[in-house]
Every structure is written in structure tokens, then in C-alpha cells.
Design a protein around this ligand. Structure first.
Ligand code: FA5
Length: 357
């Protein structure tokens, strides 16, 4: 690409072709800058031609001068165009690198869901709310007094065997042993102690029992306690409330059984069972009903007059009913689940079946 002022316009033409080819071949900014320096820079080839014009004979000076100046303008424009071209190409490749293919199928985000026991608990509380019961909660770590003694289960009473539990090492004031509550019934006492009648509460919460697990027993389970105390509350109110509850949760086709039972803090006491969903009826060897045809879901009864009196209520004036139900058992019936241990084994294949239920 050497040139000097003695080059004729025709020579300039061939040089121009050469320079343009070199510019087109310059593949990046650095190469383009190198090209600019060698052609248009202060000691560039074309600059040399222009400098040497004055040494030319007058007849050539004008034509060569005009051609060289025109070529300079053209090459400057070509340079700018090439720079712009390279910038656009760089941008395009940058965009292509970070491109998002909007036609690809999306990745679905799995939404969490409520645990089946929580769902059933909400349905139970909704049913009782509709019947006018307020929801209140109590402590899971409970005093011996509330869990047993005030419920007419003194120390050495055989009923304590039914509700063996986990004891905590700490005592309160060195005399009141602490335990994990075995049922939600202690809230009967706590609430009666602190409130005037009429009382109408539903108490949800976790309970703990020291017992072997099987298809219908867990060492930790959820209960809902029901308590209604007022003037003139009768066993008929208890029965009506429980039947209405059973209809709301299980539908009219499910059969409900009320039979006599014993709990020290009620008199009389009853047990409510729902017909077994797992076998056609009292099938020997059925893991769910153990051949009885019924699955017990709750214990209930009329609040014992001594329990009312101990909380300062006149048992001659006030009567009440109470009930305590197992939420896992009810969830099993609702969904046809054959083993209670599925609930807390954290198997997502089981739990995901209840999403969106
Ligand atoms: C009680 O816990 C009494 N507090 C119920 C009560 C309240 C009676 C008010 C009278 C008045 P029970 O131990 O039967 O009773 O338990 C009540 C319900 O909890 C049972 O019907 C059953 O549905 C559930 N349940 C009891 N033990 C377990 C367990 N280990 N695993 C799962 N559910 C259980």
C-alpha cells in the first residue's frame, strides 16, 4: 500500500481498491484502527500522497489533488460505515447469546399445599363456627392438674393408664409436674375458670400419648375439643350438635353410632363412631375397624357437676356438654386413608395427593 504524489489518478484507483479490500477484511475494532493509521493517519499512505502534491508539476497537481481529496472523503465514509457495521455485528452476537426462546415450554413451579390434617381441621372448625362455637387454643405443655386432676383423674386413678404421656423434667414450684397434654380437655378447665357462662368453644391442638403406633394410633395427634355450658343444655343438644357435624363432614349417607362410654369428667359419657370405609362392614381382619364395622372418632358427654363446681359454676343451674375428637381419624374417613402413619411420614407422593383438594 505504498503511494506517493507521483501516483496518477489511475494508480490511485488501484490503490483505492486495495485499501478498500483491506478495510473490508479488518474483522474487529483493532484491525480497523490499524487500517486507519496506515491509510489516513498522519504518516498514512494517502496522507503521504496529499503532502507530496506540492512537488508535482502544475499540470498533474490539480487532477491528482482532486482525486486524492475525493478518495480521502470516500475512505473516511467507508471507515465510518465499517466501524458501524462491526458495532452492529457485536451487538447482534451479544443479543443472540442472551436470547430467550419464548416458544420453549415453561418450567412449572410446584405450589405448596395444606397438609391433609390441616385441611380437615379447617373443615371441622368451619362446621363448628357455623354452629356458633368460638375457636380458642391452649398450651401443649400442660400442668398435671389441668390434664388429669381437675378432670377427676387423681394420681393413681386407673384412667391415667389410658392416657400415658411424656413427662418433662421441670416442675412448676417444685410440685406441679409438667407433661405433654394427652387431650385438649384441659382447656375445658382453663376456660371455665376464666369465663362466665354461656360458654361455647372449639379448641384445636396437638396431643401426645406414650403408646405403640398402629394403623389408627399415633403418638402425636390432633384433637378438637368442644365445650358448651349454659342453663338448660342437655344430652339432646350434644346429640344434635354431633349429628349435624357428622352430616356436614361425612355426608348423609355415612352412618353414625352413639354408644355409652366412660370418661371421668363427664356423666353420662358417650363415644361416637362412623361406619368403616375400608371394608363392606365388620370384615374380620380389616386393619381400620378391626372387624367391628365402626371407627371411633370422638368421646363426649355431659360435663360432670363436680367439674363445673370446681370452676365456680352452680351445677344446679348450669349444665354443659363436652366432646373431644381425633382429627387424623376424621381425615382418614374423609379420604379413605387406611393407615394413620402416612400423615407424618413425610412422603411427598402421599401428601401431593391432597393438593388442590
Ligand atoms: C379423649 O381424649 C377425651 N378427652 C375425649 C372427651 C372430651 C371425652 C370431652 C368426653 C368429653 P379419647 O382418648 O377416646 O378421649 O380420644 C378422643 C379421640 O381422639 C378418639 O376418639 C380418637 O379419634 C382420637 N385418638 C385418641 N388416641 C389417638 C391416637 N393415639 N392416635 C390417633 N387418634 C387418637
Amino acid at each position: 500500500m505504498t503511494a506517493d504524489a507521483s501516483d496518477s489518478p489511475a494508480d490511485l484507483d488501484s490503490l483505492a481498491r486495495e485499501w478498500r479490500a483491506a478495510l473490508a477484511a479488518a474483522g474487529d475494532e483493532e484491525a480497523v484502527e490499524e487500517w486507519r493509521r496506515s491509510v489516513l493517519g498522519r504518516s498514512g499512505a494517502l496522507t503521504g500522497v496529499l503532502r507530496g502534491l506540492s512537488a508535482l508539476p502544475a499540470d498533474q497537481r490539480r487532477a491528482t489533488g482532486q482525486a486524492a481529496n475525493a478518495l480521502k472523503r470516500d475512505l473516511e465514509a467507508d471507515l465510518e460505515a465499517r466501524q458501524e457495521e462491526l458495532r452492529a455485528a457485536a451487538l447482534a452476537s451479544q443479543l443472540a447469546e442472551g436470547a430467550v426462546d419464548v416458544t420453549l415450554p415453561g418450567r412449572r413451579r410446584r405450589r405448596g399445599g395444606l397438609h391433609p390434617v390441616t385441611q380437615t381441621l379447617q373443615e371441622i372448625l368451619d362446621a363448628f363456627t357455623r354452629m356458633g362455637f368460638a375457636t380458642v387454643e391452649g398450651p401443649e405443655v400442660e400442668l398435671d392438674d389441668y390434664n388429669f386432676t381437675r378432670l377427676r383423674i387423681p394420681e393413681d386413678h386407673p384412667a391415667r393408664d389410658m392416657w400415658d404421656t411424656f413427662w418433662l423434667d421441670e416442675d412448676v414450684d417444685g410440685e406441679q409436674p409438667l407433661l405433654l397434654r394427652t387431650h385438649t380437655s384441659p382447656m375445658q378447665i382453663r376456660y371455665l375458670d376464666a369465663h362466665e357462662p354461656p360458654v361455647r368453644i372449639a379448641v384445636p391442638g396437638r396431643c401426645y400419648r406414650y403408646e405403640a403406633t398402629d394403623a389408627t394410633h399415633e403418638w402425636m395427634m390432633t384433637q378438637v375439643e368442644l365445650l358448651a355450658v349454659d342453663e338448660g343444655v342437655s344430652l339432646a343438644d350434644l346429640k344434635g350438635t354431633l349429628l349435624e357435624f357428622a352430616r356436614q363432614l361425612f355426608g348423609v349417607e355415612r352412618r353414625v353410632l352413639l354408644r355409652h362410654s366412660y370418661f371421668p369428667f363427664v356423666e353420662p359419657g358417650v363415644e361416637v363412631a362412623v361406619d368403616c370405609f375400608a371394608c363392606p362392614g365388620a370384615e374380620t381382619g380389616c386393619a381400620v375397624c378391626r372387624g367391628s364395622g365402626w371407627l371411633e372418632i370422638l368421646g363426649a358427654g355431659m360435663v360432670h357437676p363436680e367439674v363445673l363446681a370446681a370452676s365456680g359454676y352452680d351445677p344446679g343451674r348450669y349444665t354443659g356438654f363436652a366432646a373431644g375428637m381425633g382429627v387424623e381419624r376424621i381425615a382418614m374417613l374423609r379420604h379413605g386413608i387406611e393407615d394413620i402413619r402416612y400423615f407424618y411420614s413425610n412422603d411427598l407422593r402421599f401428601l401431593r395427593q391432597f393438593q388442590g383438594v
